[in-house]
Design a protein around this ligand. Structure first.
Ligand SMILES: NC(=O)c1ccc[n+]([C@@H]2O[C@H](COP(=O)([O-])OP(=O)(O)OC[C@H]3O[C@@H](n4cnc5c(N)ncnc54)[C@H](OP(=O)(O)O)[C@@H]3O)[C@@H](O)[C@H]2O)c1
Length: 294
């Protein structure tokens, strides 16, 4: 039995779709059973902040897909550290064999926001005695459709990446890798850096969006400092804004500019290009621009 956490999220939905087509039994952990019903699979209701619910959800479970929301604009430590530690500790007590965890490319002790938090969780997972596989993905293509990217109210793309290239990945490919690691013996105690098959600048991404939408989407580049000011004006904590701007500056310096062959190595098929992704997600594109913008 597999337990899928984060099942209603960007990666989780694709993972549930994929596991539904396979024979290994699984259940999805959801906070809201109504939302979970859309997943069309066995559900268990639970919350990372309620350890008893997590212990109950893990009964009879051999493998866990561990995924929770990214960095939050709250004082450190990031909530994901306690939340994922709750799952890891409960998994040890429940006799779970393997945890497949979604981390982030660049996770490192002392890193900012998600990078530091994931490194801490990775260390706890490694020390837990459980078998593990850790996925370290690049930025998600889905950010450009769900609003986790930044847009003007008219749908132009905003960022502070200069002309740096980024190897964005489709969450469906992350889910495909997770499915392999959850249903086979591959990947024990290994980290996998997952990227898309190509690197694109944000100007090129805006051009692909323009082509798919049949209207002009421009990329507006700001300095990391301007970007931080903008986040602060919107009411986000100053430290969070500064940290986000620093991470943007890292990306502008090329921190996500490489590609790996891991998706095709693990799944046996090439990773999805940005153009293929936009083609597949035409329904979401029709609702452009995403409601959340800066
Ligand atoms: N965005 C990127 O570019 C990027 C890049 C690399 C790595 N990552 C990492 O990817 C992860 C996020 O993955 P994602 O985008 O698939 O997630 P997501 O879309 O943000 O979804 C989060 C999931 O967690 C569930 N959840 C939230 N709070 C919960 C709680 N208290 N108890 C139980 N479940 C809870 C949500 O359920 P509800 O439906 O109930 O809300 C949802 O299913 C983060 O760890 C992030 O650091 C992101």
């Amino acid at each position: 039995m597999i337990l899928v956490t984060g099942a209603t999220g960007s990666i989780g939905r694709y993972l549930v779709d994929r596991l539904r087509q396979q024979t290994t039994p699984f259940r999805a952990l959801v906070r809201d059973p109504d939302r979970g019903r859309e997943l069309d699979c066995d559900l268990v209701v639970g919350d990372f902040d309620d350890p008893d619910s997590i212990a109950a959800a893990l009964s009879g479970v051999e493998r866990v897909f561990l995924c929770s929301p990214g960095a939050q604009p709250v004082p450190e430590p990031q909530p994901m550290v306690d939340q994922q530690t709750t799952v890891i500790d409960a998994a040890v007590r429940a006799g779970v064999q393997r945890v497949v965890k979604v981390s982030v490319w660049g996770a490192r002790r002392g890193g900012l926001l998600a990078e530091g938090a994931h490194a801490e969780i990775e260390a706890r997972l490694e020390a837990s005695g459980l078998d593990w596989s850790i996925l370290q993905p690049s930025g998600f293509m889905q950010n450009f459709l769900t609003g986790a990217g930044a847009f003007t109210s008219s749908g132009d793309l905003l960022g502070a990446y200069g002309q740096a290239r980024v190897s964005y990945i489709d969450c469906a490919d992350i889910a495909a890798c997770a499915a392999v690691l959850l249903t086979s013996d591959l990947g024990s105690r290994q980290r996998f850096v997952l990227t898309g098959p190509e690197t694109l600048t944000h100007t090129e991404i805006a051009a692909r969006l323009s082509e798919a939408l049949g209207r002009t989407v421009s990329y507006i580049d700001r300095s990391p400092a301007d970007f931080a000011d903008n986040l602060t004006v919107q009411g986000l904590p100053a430290q969070f804004a500064t940290d986000v701007a620093t991470l943007y500056a890292d990306v502008a310096g090329g921190s996500l500019a490489e590609t790996t062959s891991t998706v095709s190595d693990l799944t046996g098929r090439p990773a999805t290009t940005f153009a293929e992704f936009l083609d597949r997600e035409w329904d979401l594109l029709r609702r452009w621009p995403p409601r959340h913008y800066v």
